[in-house]
Design a protein around this ligand. Structure first.
Ligand code: PHE
Length: 335
């Protein structure tokens, strides 16, 4: 019988238990009422008295050993199970950082929406242009300083290819291909060979507007710009039109709005004038209409070009244009 106990012990000791099913099988095989250890206790009854002490001890040891082993495996399996259920599904998740649209994009969208409400549709043109669409088609004389390398980024000379210096180039493209009435805006990037400072950058954004129909007057232009300014800056907004000059408009004007940074008191952004220039505008020069194939007796029109950076700076009280190009996340997160 000593031999049987020894064999059983080594069998039990080498048992591997990895699942609840195996654990239960182990219990039934060794520890249940009909299990092998109970059977040993049965057999024990017929052991001669003089051996009872030694064998009894061994059987008891085996029972204890098996029970301990059973409990150890049982706890181990329970722990594994518990690890799964110890995940607290009600805890808040890892936050996912959401990006935002750049303040320039937000401002552009706002301006586009304002003009869309009075029937302007959107068109776009290329950033790399030829001389005709940026200068000649817009009535720029041959010796105009804008045609100087110092002001314009040329890509190729003779024939001239350049980065457009204003979105007015899209005016020409649209007039060449569209019959009036035309009521469109052209948002886009423009490039000028300028020193970078708090007020100007060599890359910036404009929204051009073009309205051509019969009987379009300067009063229409003025009211359109007033509507635009009030929608953008609020009903109290005042505008100021100053006579100006552009080769492609006659008469021409520049429009100012109250400086929202200093409230009109004077600051570095408005150069202590209380006003900020935000756009150039005018009645489309008949010569420009004609050179694009539009009858200047029948049709008149107005055009304007808005600087998006300027507007964004006014809306969000940004006092340095360079912030808009550095893409510092701490700056961008504020919008
Ligand atoms: N293109 C001019 C500029 O960039 C602005 C402008 C547009 C002026 C349309 C008049 C009419 O300065």
């Amino acid at each position: 019988m000593i031999e049987v106990i020894k064999a059983l012990k080594s069998e039990i000791a080498s048992t591997e238990i990895n699942s609840q099913d195996e654990l239960e099988a182990f219990r039934i095989k060794y520890l249940s009422k009909k299990g092998l250890i109970s059977k040993l206790f049965e057999d024990f009854k017929s052991v001669p008295n003089e051996e009872k002490r030694e064998i009894g001890q061994k059987v008891n040891e085996l029972k204890l050993f098996s029970t301990d082993l059973y409990n150890t495996f049982k706890n181990k399996l329970q722990d594994n199970g518990q690890q799964l259920s110890s995940i607290d599904f009600s805890l808040p998740g890892e936050p996912i950082k959401l990006g935002k649209r750049h303040p320039i994009s937000q401002t552009r969208q706002e301006i586009v929406d304002i003009f869309a409400r009075i029937g302007f549709t959107i068109a776009e043109g290329p950033e790399i242009e030829d001389d005709w669409h940026v200068f000649s088609g817009l009535n720029f004389p041959e010796e105009h300083p804008a045609r100087d390398m110092q002001d314009t980024f040329f890509i190729h000379k003779k024939p001239d290819y350049l980065l457009r210096t204003h979105t007015s180039s899209v005016q020409v493209r649209v007039m060449e291909t569209t019959n009036p009435p035309i009521r469109q805006i052209f948002p886009g990037r423009v490039f000028r060979n300028e020193a970078i400072s708090s007020r100007s950058h060599c890359i910036f954004h404009q929204i051009e507007g073009l309205y051509i129909d019969t009987n379009v007057s300067f009063a229409d232009l003025k009211q359109t710009l007033l509507y635009f300014s009030k929608e953008l800056f609020g009903p109290q907004t005042e505008i100021r039109l100053r006579p100006s000059f552009f080769p492609f408009t006659e008469p021409s004007a520049e429009m100012d709005v109250y400086c929202t940074i200093c409230g009109g008191k004077g600051c570095t952004v408005c150069k202590y004038t209380g006003f900020l220039e935000i756009l150039g505008c005018g009645m489309v020069d008949p010569a420009v209409l004609e050179s694009s194939g539009i009858d200047s007796i029948k049709y008149t029109g107005f055009a304007f070009g808005i600087g998006i950076e300027r507007i964004a700076m006014l809306l969000y009280q940004i006092n340095d244009i360079r912030f808009l190009f550095e893409n510092d996340i701490r700056f961008l997160e504020q919008f």
